[in-house]
Design a protein around this ligand. Structure first.
Ligand code: ADQ
Length: 497
């Protein structure tokens, strides 16, 4: 079996001692690499006075991890600059925050070239190379320049923006042309794939070679949607762990006679946190009788603090949560709790389980794994309700969430009210449909579909349409019930299986 080489900006394999803060993606990539006796290459997260290309090699649970330090200018121009001040805001429809600076662009190209030069000597004939995300779009081009002829695939974790938006980027043609050095490009949703196709047809004089294949710049490339999932089995198991139980118990104790509404996001302007807080404020204003009955907990650890836009949103969120509590708090109750901390995955699982409502309202999101984690963590006999932005990639799959426009505080407020009054029958039916999807289209299915397509970039083998069906919990038919379950009244601990 050929080796798989995974390339991502940061490399964070789970350690042998089991660092539970590592995300689902890192877990999945590690598992994939073990299966293919692979290599994971990327930035170490450290800077050195100058770039040396010195590789640091480690073994993590059967996976070879190869990292390289960057120099300070690389960090500023490539990572904080072009990746996080140019591509991230633009691809999330924040043209107002998009900074374009030639030095950022030059730094981006330079780091991609440096990555390619450092990685190339490690590549053996037959290796499959899988490159991740917007930091590394030109990597295949740089590898090809060095004579690498292996199959190389690229997966974009964030949205591909609409045509009118991408053309505002100086040198957008070079960026897209560089993608054509891959054999396979994957997007999270059919909508993003379609937006890319539209660009290629109208801006690059391209054509659809046959369904799933685009031709431009003298090359034909396979282009498909591969919606990413979570490790649903692992997450469901984790809900039963002692830490998850403890977190669940703590939250239940804090919300006796109240119901918990939970949001969990990196602190990022794409996640719609300000609009979400305004939605909660509108809900409290419109529903005086329910003010003492809810606690909104927003967990949002700080990220990318070196970028000014992130410092500004932080200040605005502090002010908003203060304003809401100033208006609606009582001597024994604050309606909003806002925490800037990282939690372990098992703690998050317990938190999701204790919540009556998951509030996931990004303005734009490639997928959004929190929505899927919330679903996976629910009690099948008494599930909470997911309120989900229609602009998250996950909305394509989780059609049974309450879908909202994240720009509208009114819609968010109405959805909260509806979620809190939804009867058990409807909650179970909606949850079951979403859970089936989360289990079926999990991270393993995503990884296997991508690797299979990368092995077969010409599409000679028909795709395997029949995926194994998960065992689904039977939900009995019953008369709709009101105000009789934990999510609507006094909490009880989750069943221990
Ligand atoms: P992100 O923008 O980081 O990912 P998301 O998909 O929601 O967004 O994943 C966040 C992960 O971080 C989740 O696994 C979540 O549990 C974890 N997390 C969030 N807050 C945390 C906290 N306080 N403590 C610990 N863990 C926390 C990018 C794209 C998404 C896409 C993913 C995967 O922006 O659209 O879904 O990649 O492709």
């Amino acid at each position: 079996m050929s080796r798989l080489i995974v390339v991502s900006n940061r490399v964070n394999p789970p350690t042998a001692r089991g660092d539970e803060t590592v995300g689902g993606l890192a877990m999945a990539l590690s598992a994939a690499l073990r299966q293919y006796s692979g290599l994971w290459f990327g930035w170490s997260g450290r800077t050195a006075p100058e770039f040396t290309g010195q590789l640091s090699l480690e073994q993590h649970d059967g996976v070879t991890v190869a990292t390289v330090d960057l120099e300070e200018a690389d960090l500023q121009e490539y990572y904080n600059g072009y990746a996080n001040k140019t591509l991230w805001p633009l691809f999330h429809y924040r043209q107002d925050l998009t900074a374009y600076d030639r030095t950022f662009d030059a730094g981006y190209q330079r780091v991609n070239r440096r990555f390619a030069e450092t990685l190339a000597p490690l590549i053996q004939p037959g290796d499959l190379i899988w490159v991740h995300d917007y930091h590394l779009i030109p990597l295949a081009r740089e590898l090809r320049r060095l004579g690498v002829t292996n199959r190389i695939g690229f997966f974009l974790h964030i949205p591909w923006p609409a045509h009118q938006l991408i053309v505002t980027l100086p040198r957008h043609r070079e960026l897209v042309a560089a993608l054509f050095d891959y054999d396979l490009v994957g997007f999270q949703t059919e909508g993003f794939r379609h937006a890319f196709e539209e660009y290629v047809l109208s801006e690059a004089d391209g054509s659809v070679d046959r369904p799933g294949f685009l031709r431009a710049y003298g090359r034909t490339m396979r282009v498909e949607a591969f919606p990413i999932g979570i490790d649903a089995a692992d997450f469901t198991r984790m809900v039963e762990s002692p830490r998850a139980q403890h977190t669940y118990d703590v939250m239940v104790a804090h919300t006796v006679f109240r119901r918990l509404i939970v949001g969990v996001d990196r602190l990022d302007y794409s996640k719609g946190l300000e609009e979400r807080f305004l939605g909660v404020e509108r809900f409290l204003a419109n529903n005086p009788d329910l003010r003492r009955e809810v606690l909104m907990l927003q967990v949002a650890p700080l990220s990318r603090d070196a970028v000014e836009a992130y410092q500004e949103i932080r200040g605005r969120l502090d002010a908003l949560s203060g304003r809401i509590n100033g208006e609606y708090a009582d001597i024994d109750h604050n309606p909003v709790r806002y925490v800037n901390k990282n939690y372990r995955r098992d703690e998050l699982a317990g938190l999701y389980r204790a919540a009556s409502v998951g509030l996931v309202t990004p303005m734009r999101d490639g997928m959004n794994l929190v929505a899927k984690e919330f679903v996976a963590a629910q009690d099948p006999d008494d599930p909470g309700v997911l309120i989900l932005s229609r602009f998250a990639g996950a909305a394509d799959q989780l059609r049974d969430a309450l879908l909202v426009n994240p720009n509208s505080p009114d819609e968010i407020a109405e959805a909260i009210k509806r979620a809190l009054s939804m009867d058990l029958f409807e909650r179970k039916a909606r949850w079951r449909a979403m859970f089936e999807n989360v289990v079926r289209e999990d991270v393993t299915a995503w990884r296997d579909a991508f690797v299979a397509a990368l092995r077969d970039p010409a599409g000679a083998v028909a795709p395997d349409v029949e995926r194994p069906q998960p065992a689904i919990l039977e939900v009995e038919t019953e008369t709709p019930t009101r105000l009789t379950t934990r999510k609507t009244a006094t909490p009880r601990p989750p069943a221990r299986h």
